[in-house]
Design a protein around this ligand. Sequence first.
Ligand SMILES: [Mg+2]
Length: 316
Amino acid sequence: MSTDDTTPDDAADLADTDAEARGAGAAEVGAEDPGVPGPGVVAPLFTAHLEEILDSAVRDLAAAPTILVGLDFDGVLAPLVLDPSTSQVLPESAAAIQDLTGLPGVTVAVVSGREAATLTALADVPAGTRIIGSHGAQWGTVVAGPRGRELRADPVALTEGQTALLARLVRETEAIVDGVPGAHVEVKPAAAVLHTRAAARPDAERLTQAALDGPATHPDVHVIVGKEVVEMSVLSVTKGDALVQLRTELGADAVLYAGDDTTDEDAFAVLGEGDVGIKVGPGETGAAYRVTDPEEFSAVLMRLVTLRGGPLDTSA
Ligand SMILES: [Mg+2]
């Protein structure tokens, strides 16, 4: 689905116009920018492994007046680890997000399946960053609080029926796990989630199947199967729904979205002309671009900072 009817030629024209019209708000794209490396071009090290086709797309995106940068957390900003409570954003990506949130016309949103408060604590992103947790069910913004950065969350509203269904999902999923080492049930505001990443392989497969054959089959349960995760939600919202809603709210002219998992495909599916979808890592995808891993993705974020004219104060 796309609400953008701009043709490629129109988009190129718009990009040119925007580059002229932006004035002091952003860098002159191409002025001192060596671009992709080539004969006679000494490029900064971090651009050296960005493919030219992706670099070109990021350049066009950076020229839009207002951009939304939607970022999945696990496997994109933070490399996947066995214990999800120890996940950390790569330092290069953290620095790039810090720079991006300070730039005019740029909004960064971390869009994850994780519970929003946990996500905020782990991601440690600057005030002003939008947080979308539980695959779009939870919304909030990072604010500067008395004890540091914290989440100002919008409440998740459930009906009585949804509340009862959630309790049933939690009960039944906990009965399935029942002490199996390395597996656990996470209770989110609108979902019960089976985690099997640290379980022995036969156990992981057995528990996953039991969840899919049991609680996941109840009416009005929306099932998301991710990497070592079965999420059973009483809400039907997706990352794609969230991205559309946020784009509308912000009036963003272009969207960059990066993700590594199957649930990110919903977000890639709502991107249109002039947007940039980046799949991080292997696997089938509807995204137009791909990078190898979170390290390579951090180069994309740093590139965007440079193209957008930041960081604002390099001496800081
Ligand atoms: Mg992910």
